[in-house]
Design a protein around this ligand. Structure first.
Ligand code: GLC
Length: 498
C-alpha cells in the first residue's frame, strides 16, 4: 500500500508573519520573534506551518508584492534567521511551507522596473502591456490596467497597481520561477502555498468580460485555457525534486472550480473557500458543503474557517461577540472531519476581530482601494468609509495578543489536536457515514483497524447524540466538553472493546 503522505497526517498552522510575534520591538512580527514561539507551536501539536510572504517588498499588500524572490526583507530578519526558523521547526517535527506569489510581482521588482523604464527591455514580455485596455477590473476594485505615461501603453494588474501580473505565456517567466523554487528548496522548505494560482493565464486576446447584474463575470481573466497545463508543469517541476506539500489558493468559493486544480499531477490540496468562507454559522450549509466535498473532491479537502483574508471565525460564527463555544464546536469539526486542518494564528487564544472605526485605521490595500473607487464613483466620504470597512481585511491581522490568551480555549486546541494526532482514523480515515440530524452533525471515519464516531451538536443540548446510530457496537465514550455546543466521540475497534 502507498504510504500516506505526511501532509495528510498533519495539522497546519498559518503564520501571518507581520502580526505573529515582534522580536525587535518595531511593532511588526519577524523571524526572531517567531523563533521564540516555536515551543508554543510544538505544544499545540501542529505538524506544519505556512508562513505568509517575508521577501523584500514595499509591503503595499503586506508582502504579497514581492520585489526580490530570493531574500528576506530586513524588516522580517535575514537569511540566517530564516534558516534558524526552519531548523527550529524541523527539530520539533514541524514542516515549513512558504507562500509563493507567482501571479504577480511588486512594481519595484527589477524585472518590472527595467520593463517600465525601457520599452526595448527584454523584461517587457514578462508582463502584459496593451495599447488598448479592456474592461477587466482589479479584484481590489477599479480598473485592472494602469497607464504608462511615456509609451501610451497600459500594464495589467489583477490586484493593486503595485502588483504587476506576470505573463505566464512567456516560457522565460516559468523558468525564472523554477529558479526561485530551487532556491527555497535548497533552504530546506517542505512545501509551497501558491497564491491565487488560477489567475496565472488570461484568454490571450484580452476580450472584455461580460457584465451580469451590474457585476463583472470573470470569463476571460481567471480559470483560462492553459492554466491546468501550466500548473501541471509547475507541480511536476517541484515533485521531481522530492516530496513537497503543494497547496493551491484558488480564488473562488465554488467547489466545481476549486476541485479542478487538485490531483496527483496538480495541487495536493486547494483551499476550500466553499466551506471556510461562510459569513455566518449555518449547520445545514456546512453539512451540504462537507457532503459535496466528500462526493466530488478528487483528494482530501482543506478544513479552515479563518485566515488573513477573512474575519475570524469566532467573530463570524458566535451568537454574541464573545461566544467562543461555537468556535470550539467548529474547531472540533476541523480536527475530526475528513481533510487537512489549517488553524489561523491567534484562534487558539480566542482572538476576535479588530474593527476599524476610521479611515486612518484601515491599513489594508483592498479596503483603501475600495474607499478611493467609491469616492470616484460619487459616494460621500461616509458612504465610502462604509464600503472600505466592508472590504478591508484588517480584521484578522491585528498583532497577536500573546499575553492575554484564553487559556481554556488553548487547552481545547491542544487536546483536540492531540486527539487527532493519536487517532489514525481521524487523520486519514474516510467517512463511512456523514449525516445531519436537527443541528447535530455526526459522522464516522474508519481505517482497516478502527472506526471512530463523532457527533458535534451545534443546537440545543441533547442527552444522547447517539440515538441516530443505535444498533452500532460502540465502546468507550469521550465527551470532551459539554456546554452550549457538544462534542462527543466514540471508538470501536472492529468489535473489540477498547
Ligand atoms: C491572496 C492573498 C491575499 C493577497 C492576494 C494578492 O489572495 O491571500 O492576501 O492580497 O492573494 O496577492
Amino acid at each position: 500500500m502507498k504510504p500516506i503522505p505526511w501532509w495528510q497526517e498533519s495539522v497546519c498552522y498559518q503564520i501571518y508573519l507581520p502580526s505573529f510575534c515582534d522580536g525587535n520591538g518595531d511593532g511588526r512580527g519577524d523571524f526572531p520573534g517567531l523563533l521564540t514561539r516555536l515551543d508554543h507551536l510544538a505544544a499545540l501539536g501542529v505538524g506544519a506551518v505556512w508562513i505568509t510572504p517575508f521577501y523584500p517588498s514595499p509591503l503595499v499588500d503586506n508582502g504579497y508584492d514581492i520585489s526580490n524572490y530570493c531574500a528576506v526583507d530586513p524588516r522580517f530578519g535575514d537569511m540566517g534567521d530564516f534558516r534558524r526558523v526552519v531548523a527550529g521547526c524541523h527539530a520539533r517535527g514541524i514542516r515549513v511551507i512558504i507562500d509563493l506569489v507567482v501571479n504577480h510581482v511588486s512594481s519595484e521588482h527589477p524585472w518590472f522596473q527595467d520593463a517600465w523604464n525601457n520599452p526595448a527591455s527584454p523584461y517587457r514580455d514578462y508582463f502584459i502591456f496593451s495599447r488598448q485596455p479592456n474592461n477587466w477590473q482589479s479584484f481590489f476594485s477599479g480598473p485592472a490596467w494602469t497607464p504608462e505615461p511615456d509609451t501610451g501603453e497600459f500594464y495589467y494588474h489583477k490586484f493593486a497597481p503595485q502588483q504587476v501580473d506576470l505573463n505566464w505565456a512567456n516560457p522565460q517567466v516559468e523558468r525564472e520561477i523554477h529558479r526561485v523554487i530551487d532556491f527555497w528548496i535548497a533552504q530546506g522548505v517542505d512545501g509551497f502555498r501558491f497564491d491565487v494560482i488560477n489567475f496565472l493565464t488570461t484568454d490571450g486576446v484580452l476580450a472584455d468580460n461580460p457584465m451580469e447584474n451590474g457585476e463583472q463575470r470573470h470569463a476571460h481573466d481567471v480559470n483560462q485555457p492553459g492554466i491546468i497545463r501550466a500548473l501541471q508543469r509547475l507541480c511536476r517541476y517541484v515533485r521531481q525534486r522530492g516530496e513537497f506539500f503543494l497547496i493551491g489558493e484558488i480564488g473562488s468559493d465554488d467547489l466545481e472550480v476549486i476541485r479542478r486544480y487538485q490531483g496527483a499531477d496538480l495541487m495536493d490540496v486547494v483551499f476550500n473557500f466553499n466551506l471556510g468562507s461562510q459569513k455566518t454559522f449555518d449547520a445545514s450549509r456546512l453539512f451540504a458543503e462537507l457532503t459535496a466535498m466528500r462526493e466530488r473532491q478528487p483528494g482530501p479537502p482543506t478544513l479552515f474557517f479563518s485566515s488573513h483574508d477573512m474575519p475570524r471565525m469566532i467573530s463570524r460564527f458566535g451568537e454574541s461577540a464573545r461566544d467562543v463555544d461555537r468556535a470550539r464546536a467548529v474547531l472540533a469539526l476541523q480536527l475530526t472531519a475528513h481533510g487537512v486542518p489549517f488553524i489561523f494564528q491567534g484562534e487558539e487564544f480566542g482572538m476576535t476581530d479588530f474593527v476599524a472605526q476610521s479611515l486612518e485605521q484601515i491599513v489594508d490595500v483592498q479596503g483603501r482601494t475600495h474607499y478611493q473607487t467609491a469616492l470616484e464613483a460619487g459616494m460621500t466620504a461616509e458612504q465610502a468609509l462604509a464600503v472600505a470597512l466592508e472590504h478591508s481585511r484588517d480584521a484578522s491581522r491585528a498583532p497577536l495578543a500573546w499575553e492575554e490568551g484564553d487559556a481554556s480555549l488553548r487547552d481545547d486546541y491542544r487536546q483536540l489536536i492531540a486527539l487527532r494526532n493519536d487517532t489514525p482514523a481521524l487523520r486519514h480515515g474516510h467517512y463511512t457515514t456523514l449525516e445531519l440530524t436537527d443541528a447535530c452533525l455526526w459522522f464516522s471515519r474508519a481505517t482497516p483497524d478502527e472506526q471512530v464516531w463523532v457527533a458535534i451538536n451545534f443546537g440545543a443540548p441533547v442527552r444522547n447524540p447517539w440515538q441516530h446510530i443505535e444498533g452500532e457496537m460502540l465502546y468507550g465514550e469521550d465527551a470532551l466538553w459539554i456546554g452550549k455546543n457538544q462534542f462527543f466521540i466514540k471508538r470501536s475497534c472492529h468489535g473489540k472493546a477498547q
